[in-house]
Write a protein that binds this ligand. Structure first.
Ligand code: FES
Ligand code: FES
Length: 169
């Protein structure tokens, strides 16, 4: 069974030990997804699997057979940047850029979680109408993605802008 990666079907590796991260970076030449710690601690390798954020270093490629994977290369559509990519530029949400693909993929998945009403560990009112879009809530939900350059304020600003814009639509 194939893995769909950024809209194209790819054969799963014969070696069941190959991680999703190594498949996209080393075998498919999609270097946008970054290898930081390679042990689930930094979030640099975050991609979307069926729309949910996952750590690709902790995911075996064969686990994604029959599923749809989106990497940072697959977010821009028709040559136009994804709204979060543009917001990261507008708010100086990066410096070296190493963590940025993971931050953006994680934010895409996180916003979808909020739209589905998924609470975070600090969500106070679990039965409330709509979830808080506070800075603290976003910080908590993005706490799995580390930025060694310290661009976290710009990152949260960028995500906040998109959340506020989507809430108004
Ligand atoms: S490289 Fe996957 S979490 Fe750090
Ligand atoms: S922008 Fe350099 S690690 Fe985040």
């Amino acid at each position: 069974m194939a893995i769909t990666i950024n809209g194209s079907d790819v054969e799963a590796p014969g070696d069941a030990r190959v991680s999703l991260l190594d498949l996209v970076r080393d075998r498919l030449n999609l270097p946008g997804t970054k290898k930081g710690c390679n042990q689930g601690a930094c979030g640099a390798c975050t991609v979307l699997v069926d729309g949910e954020r996952v750590l690709s270093c902790m995911t075996l490629a064969v686990q994604c057979e029959g599923r749809s994977v989106t990497t940072i290369e697959g977010l821009a559509a028709g040559g136009a940047l994804h709204s979060l990519q543009q917001a990261f530029i507008d708010h100086d949400g990066f410096q070296c850029g190493y963590c940025t693909p993971g931050q953006i993929c994680s934010a895409v998945g996180m916003i979808a979680e909020i739209e589905r009403g998924v609470p975070s560990v600090i969500t106070a009112d679990l039965g409330g109408e709509g979830l808080s879009l506070s800075r603290e809530e976003i910080q908590e939900r993005m706490s799995g993605n580390l930025c060694r350059c310290g661009a976290h304020n710009g990152i949260i600003d960028a995500i906040s802008e998109i959340l506020v814009r989507e809430a108004a639509e």
